[in-house]
Design a binder for this molecule. Sequence first.
Ligand code: ADP
Ligand code: MG
Length: 728
Amino acid sequence: MAILRFQALKETLNRKPVKIDETDRRSELFGRNVFNETVMRQFLTKEAYQSVKDATLKGTKISRGVADHISTGMKEWAISKGVTHYTHWFQPLTGATAEKHDAFFETIGDGLAIEKFGGTQLVQQEPDASSFPHGGIRNTFEARGYTAWDPTSPAFIYGTTLCIPTVYVSYTGEALDFKTPLLRALQSVDSAATAVCKYFDKNVTKVIATLGWEQEYFLIDSALYASRPDLQLSGRTLLGHSPAKGQQLDDHYFGSIPSRALAYMRDLEIECMLLGIPVKTRHNEVAPNQFELAPIFEEANLAVDHNSLLMDVMDRVGERHNFKVLFHEKPFAGINGSGKHNNWSLSTDTGINLLSPGSTPMKNLQFLAFFVNTIKAVHDHEELLRATIASASNDHRLGANEAPPAIISAFIGTQLTEVLNELEKVTDGKLSPQEKTDLKLNVVGKIPEILLDNTDRNRTSPFAFTGNKFEFRAVGSTANCANPMTVLNTIVAKQLKEFKKSVDALVKDKKMKKDDAIFNVLRDYIKKSKKIRFEGDGYGEAWQQEAKKRGLSNNKTTPLALRAKVSKQTIDLYKEMKVMNKREVEARYEIELEDYSMRIQIEGRILGDIARNHVIPTAIRYQNVLIENVRGLKEIFEKDFKKHSKEQIGIIEAISGHIEHINADINKMVDARKKANIIEDAEKRAVAYCDEVKPFFEEIRYHCDKLELLVDDETWPLTKYRELLFTR
Ligand code: ADP
Ligand code: MG
């Protein structure tokens, strides 16, 4: 094993950047492998094309007959590009994407064969997927789940396979994937937001949610990765002493990108272009070997698919460059973790970004309505938002000593805070003409189109307004964006529905003018949601105290946070907005608890193994060297030997002490694990793993890391932090 570490280092140091040839312009590459507008016009009949467009824009059904035409067109296009197989591409609750490839090839008797892909195969499939998690919804004896075509996300070619984005549902129509609830949430925010838009512009007939994610990740050489069993099996290092130099100097952030990483990024970007993923920015992140990739934002469902696809593509391109991509939220203790900011907004079919201040008071009133409603939604459902980003790996960011904290709050900047403070003073009831003019001219009318606060926005806020969108920054780097997007769009939909009801009631019952009613309702919302707004530093003890006083939740661990997912409020919310029924909600809760316990269990096992099989034997071997040395000194110096061996004896004792602690803690951890394993109830088991098993990780690690500092570097088997983070 010790040899593996040095072999890996040698291999890494000898690597050269892979040469990337970019002959075509990126704009020409863009979407080349996507069944997009241009291709559809070319390969589909007019009727079939229109049918796909209507399905995308209006949600209309595609008839079987037309599906046959579409599948034929898709097949012809795919075969013309060398494709041999097709697959339904979906996102089961494992967190990865799933596919099962079938050949177009079919025999027709008499030793003859054809390429076939019919409407039925396009529209529906039954993958034998009995081992995907389903939280009891789809018991194997009950029925099989099936995948169904999602025409709103275009088919694409990856390698030699035609991939068709699909939902994955049980025979009773219950969601078994991430996409189904997302599509339902997007539909509900569409209808709620469109109804509110009608106050301001009758021409709006559709509102879409937009998402621009920012993916953070680490790149580690594949040989170094292979030398660390903890990274390999759990995605993070479970031990390792922090290096003398980490990220203190901030010299990596936005610095020049190392050449091997740059080659990787260019290769990756070309793949993204072909797949129609509009990646635009790349840069170094705070930690050494940490990077970020961000696209131009898109319609949320498509953006979610693109992020899932991207993570897969990142892995595969990594292989060509001898890189392993680390998506884990905290691969290295003491070093910056990785997130996936979800930039979110709402946009009308008339081309208006509803969270972008406009040029007229009327447009700004519309902006304020959506802005304030979003804050109110976050206020009312802060625990659910926290729950949606909870995972064993994200616990190392949220709730640990890293911003953003586990407390959900919204940052809006000083300019908009002032506007809301003014609006809070609006008269109760009908507004005088003068007050209204004054509001329109001096408050609403004064919101600048470009908000200066964007630049110095608060980096520690989990949910920040950044000029023309909200940025949900607490999402973890491994997460499927569908989860946070489902929650955010559902709570905003619910809030907008309430808003409409209240405004309409004031207009009808109190005979108020529409504007007066809007001002009145917004004023109430601003007052009621005040405690969720926080402009200060979210990092640290002061905010924890303050948040507690305000009555905000601070669920530091996943088992605690997840509970909000099955609260009565959540179940009612999902039911009312037709996003999920109780069974679907509870199934997901169970899956996530299970996932949590399993991950902690796996980490515990790995840590125990490494400590016992790698660390302790190495420490003993080194201790023997020292003992041998002391024995020699005694032989030479006789009575005086102590004077010359003080240091060695000290280390011998220290090593024994650490070994003793490690052994004792591993034994205790194994006992705690055994106790946790026999707990039947998934929630209680997760809590036991969190409170009884996990605390030993830190203890064991502490003593292992001390040994790393004591033992001869030549014999240490595990590649060290310095080497993992700084070898390029
Ligand atoms: P950063 O947050 O790193 O400073 P930007 O503010 O430029 O970066 O934008 C980050 C992300 O926000 C990008 O992916 C961009 O596409 C996305 N974004 C910009 N406008 C919107 C919008 N209206 N809706 C959703 N995402 C958006
Ligand atoms: Mg950002």
